[in-house]
Design a protein around this ligand. Structure first.
Ligand code: SAH
Ligand code: DHB
Ligand code: MG
Length: 221
């Protein structure tokens, strides 16, 4: 009942603001057609990240977990002319689908797709001096979220905005023990975040087209 209502309201918002242009629609379709997981953020969440990137005046954005590039495009569109976005993806096929989408959207010059395990690529970015980033979106595999966050901090400056997707998992984070390693991973992350003195953070719940979940949002002190 509630799920249906949340989805209907999400559609109402989408229809009202007409947020997805042909390019984003084609990106969403490419994810269906190529058979890669349909776990992109929703259109309204994309618009939300876009607004946050603008608010943060982001010139350098880092994303962990590209998939087909749907969230990437929303954020990259908030960048100024000389802005850059680095997105990390482990799966070659996902990265290829994403690159086609960036081409189609005319964003290839701004987006650098780094193929590899995030835990290996993040230290390389530090060595390269790629940071500090103005905004970081964590959305890859959930068990190492805490470690991704620690790397995000190293690649930050005071004022950097860090967002992590999927930290509520339909409320499964309320379970004392969970056999689901994704739930265990985000619980560990949420606790770490709540105790971390270097940031100011909260978690908000997300409902709508996707299952009930949540995003952690924080600003580096
Ligand atoms: N941000 C995307 C969705 C990402 S889904 C969007 O909203 O549009 C999670 C992605 O993380 C998948 O493409 C998956 O292949 C990738 N991933 C999983 N484990 C990873 C790892 N260890 N390092 C880098 N990417 C990883
Ligand atoms: C999953 C991952 C995501 O990033 C997401 O937004 C939804 C689901 C998953 O791996 O199940
Ligand atoms: Mg996600």
């Amino acid at each position: 009942m509630n799920e249906q209502l949340f989805e209907a309201v999400d559609q109402y918002i989408g229809n009202l603001f007409r947020d997805e242009d042909d390019c984003l629609k084609a990106t969403a379709q490419s994810i269906i057609d190529s058979g890669i997981p349909q776990i992109s953020i929703s259109p309204n969440q994309g618009k939300f990240l876009h607004i946050l990137a603008r608010l943060a005046n982001a010139k350098k954005i880092l994303e962990v977990g590209t998939l087909g590039g749907y969230s990437t495009i929303w954020m990259a569109r908030a960048l100024p002319k000389d802005g850059k976005l680095i997105t990390i993806e482990i799966d070659k096929k996902h990265a290829e689908v994403a690159k086609e989408n960036f081409n189609r959207c005319g964003l290839s010059a701004k987006i650098d797709v780094r193929l590899g395990k995030a835990i290996d690529v993040l230290p390389i970015l530090e060595q390269e001096g790629a940071g500090p980033f103005d905004m970081i979106f964590i959305d890859a595999d959930k068990p190492p979220y805490t470690e991704y966050f620690q790397w995000a901090l190293k690649l930050s400056r005071p004022g950097t905005l860090i967002i992590a997707d999927n930290v509520v998992r339909e409320g499964k984070i309320l379970l004392e023990e969970s056999p689901d390693e994704m739930v265990a991973g985000v619980k560990r992350f949420n606790k770490y975040l709540s105790e971390c003195k270097d940031i100011t953070a909260t978690i908000f719940q997300t409902v709508g087209a996707k299952e009930h979940d949540g995003m952690a949002i924080c600003i580096v002190n």
